[in-house]
Each structure stands twice: as structure tokens, then as C-alpha cells.
Design a protein around this ligand. Structure first.
Ligand SMILES: [Fe+2]
Length: 173
């Protein structure tokens, strides 16, 4: 386990310690580039067995930024926070939507800070410069890494009270 993974685990455990006294749900949705992701989120949130859940968080791995933004608006006020992933680059739009949902289009990545969205930069440059060759995806084994994410505060009613971006830069090896 490298340092980045240890930090991720620590953040996750701290979160679980906090959440262990309240009912909460973490949803993970993958883009279908259709309305399906939105309607499935609706169905899950409307299930009778979920009526006591105070805090609901959505991690939406969406192909496009537009569908992630649409999902945020659709769930505003019905979920504590919704964030997107897939772009790898953290977006600058973290905010609390009008009905109380914390939202950001992309929380960024955990990986090689000096690469190209996590992949060794020499490899990706070579792919672009020589598209006729087999495309490779090599990963750096040392150097600077970044852990990007968000810190969300939620009140007892499940409303987001603050959302801030987080970026920790470290070195491996
Ligand atoms: Fe992805």
C-alpha cells in the first residue's frame, strides 16, 4: 500500500467513524449517456426502505460534464451531496445548490501529478505523436502524486452546510 492509498484509507475510515451514528447511504452510478442514470437514482431514493436515510451521497461516474450537472440539478434538495468523476481534472464549481445539495462536477483524481490524467506523460505523448503504434498506458512508479477530493459537511437534516475541494501533493519513492 503506497502513501496515497494510506491517505485515502484514512480519510475513508474517518468518514465511516463519523457516519456510524446516523443512517446514511452512498450511491454509485455509472453513466449510460441516457436518462437511465437519472431515473435509476430516482428509483433508489424513492424506495420505501430508504425513507429513514438522512444523509445520501452520490458518486456519479459520468461520461460528460453536462449529464453530471443535470444530475446535480435533478437531485438538488433530495440528496446531501453529489459529485462527479471520470474527467480526472478537478473542476472549479464546488458549491451548495439552492435546495441544499453540495455539488461539484468532478472531484479530480488520485495519481501521477506530472502525467496525463494519471498515465505516464511520455507514454501518452508518444501515443499522440505516433498514433500508428500500439497505444500504451504505463504508470509512473515514482515522482509526485496528487490526491484530489472534497470535504463535505452535512447537518442533522442531511443538508450540505459546506463543500470544499481538497488537494494533497506528495512524493512516492
Ligand atoms: Fe472513467
Amino acid at each position: 500500500m503506497n502513501k496515497t492509498m494510506k491517505i485515502s484509507l484514512a480519510v475513508l475510515l474517518l468518514g465511516l467513524m463519523f457516519f456510524s451514528t446516523v443512517s446514511f447511504a452512498i450511491l454509485n452510478s455509472v453513466s449510460a449517456l441516457t436518462i437511465d442514470s437519472v431515473t435509476i437514482a430516482d428509483e433508489i431514493l424513492n424506495m420505501p426502505e430508504h425513507k429513514d436515510i438522512k444523509i445520501a451521497l452520490l458518486d456519479f461516474h459520468g461520461e460528460t460534464t453536462s449529464e453530471r450537472i443535470a444530475m446535480g440539478w435533478h437531485l438538488d434538495g433530495r440528496i446531501s451531496a453529489a459529485w462527479g468523476t471520470h474527467t480526472h481534472v478537478q473542476t472549479n464549481d464546488a458549491r451548495i445548490l439552492p435546495e441544499g445539495t453540495g455539488y461539484i462536477t468532478d472531484i479530480g483524481m488520485c495519481g501521477d501529478r506530472n502525467g496525463v490524467i494519471g498515465v505516464k506523460r511520455e507514454t501518452i505523448l508518444n501515443n499522440f505523436l505516433h498514433p500508428e503504434h500500439t497505444r500504451a498506458h504505463d504508470f509512473a512508479e515514482d515522482g509526485e502524486v496528487i490526491l484530489s477530493g472534497i470535504v463535505v459537511d452535512v447537518d442533522d437534516a442531511g443538508q450540505c452546510t459546506s463543500i470544499e475541494t481538497l488537494n494533497i501533493i506528495s512524493k512516492i519513492r
